[in-house]
Design a protein around this ligand. Structure first.
Ligand SMILES: Nc1ncnc2c1ncn2[C@@H]1O[C@H](COP(=O)(O)OP(=O)(O)O)[C@@H](O)[C@H]1O
Ligand SMILES: [Mg+2]
Length: 263
């Protein structure tokens, strides 16, 4: 696997959401093939960071600021959205209740919400959507309306939507929140299978238990600042997590997974 291609290079970005300054002089670079988790409490700026990548929010223009994605300074938002397969919780709520599973997956080709009459799909695209759905074990949801699926089923359809155009990286925002234990384990298994097939994972979350064992690098983000960035074993400690979440944390570990418990 290539380790040298840059996926994301952000230099000195200042980003506002409304009147809130989320990032000041923020820099970060991630490489293709490097599985990364960005961990932080609510409000740390995790979703804003992903919106910056998706071109939904922009840094304050400044000569010292640059954002390069896939090594390119000037990128087309639609191209990037196809190369980064994004799944977020926001997205799940935006879906129309009546859209079928197949259409949810197909909508990934347009990086859009749902599908619309003017969008044409080729036979190859439709065949590919069916293959992805079979791989994710959601073939039975092809004709089921989104509003009539369980949360776990909806989440797997959105994963299919992210995977259908064969992105370089999977970008997940709190992927298992709201899922029960079975659905969580199932979802993480599917994500790991795609990591093993070569997709780079970029995960942002406050759930320590959803960091797959394959993730090697962890960043701790608090109030728009990176508190720590390094090898997972070095970063995930009781002291650093207690500082990150402003409470006493005891850390449990098993088979490469971590779980935070009250201290
Ligand atoms: N649309 C918005 N308008 C104003 N402030 C916002 C908006 N969205 C997020 N924020 C603020 O930006 C900060 C970072 O939010 P967010 O990136 O959603 O954090 P996280 O995903 O880590 O929970 C928070 O202080 C939040 O209140
Ligand atoms: Mg968020």
């Amino acid at each position: 696997m290539k380790l040298s291609s840059p996926l994301i290079e952000i230099e000195r970005a200042t980003v506002y959401r409304g009147d809130t300054c989320v990032f000041t002089d923020f820099s970060l670079s991630l490489q293709e093939g490097e599985h990364v988790a960005i961990l932080g409490p609510n409000g740390a700026g995790k979703s804003t960071f992903l919106k910056l990548l998706a071109g939904e929010v922009h840094p304050v223009p400044n000569d010292e600021t640059s954002i390069r994605l896939f090594g390119e300074e000037r990128w087309n938002v639609w191209d990037v959205r196809k190369r980064l397969g994004m799944v977020s919780h926001d997205l799940q709520h935006q879906y129309m209740e009546k859209v079928t599973g197949l259409k949810v997956v197909l909508s990934g080709y347009y990086a859009s919400i749902g599908t619309y009459g003017h969008q044409d799909f080729t036979y190859a695209q439709i065949a590919c959507a069916h293959v992805v759905m079979e791989e994710l074990g959601i073939g039975f949801l092809t004709d089921r309306r989104y509003g009539e699926m369980s949360t776990g089923e909806q989440r797997r359809c959105l994963l299919g939507r992210a995977l259908v155009h064969d992105p370089i990286a999977l970008v997940l925002d709190e992927p298992t929140s709201g899922l029960d234990l079975t659905a969580t384990f199932h979802y993480l298994d599917l994500v790991r299978a795609h990591m093993q097939k070569g997709k780079t994972l970029l995960l942002v979350t406050h759930h320590i238990h959803e960091i797959p064992p394959e993730v090697e690098r962890v960043l701790l983000l608090k109030q728009g600042k990176i508190l720590q960035d390094g090898e997972k074993r070095a970063v995930l400690t009781e002291a650093s997590l207690s500082q990150l979440f402003d409470c006493q944390v005891v850390l449990a570990q098993a088979n490469g997974w971590y779980q935070a418990l009250p201290g």
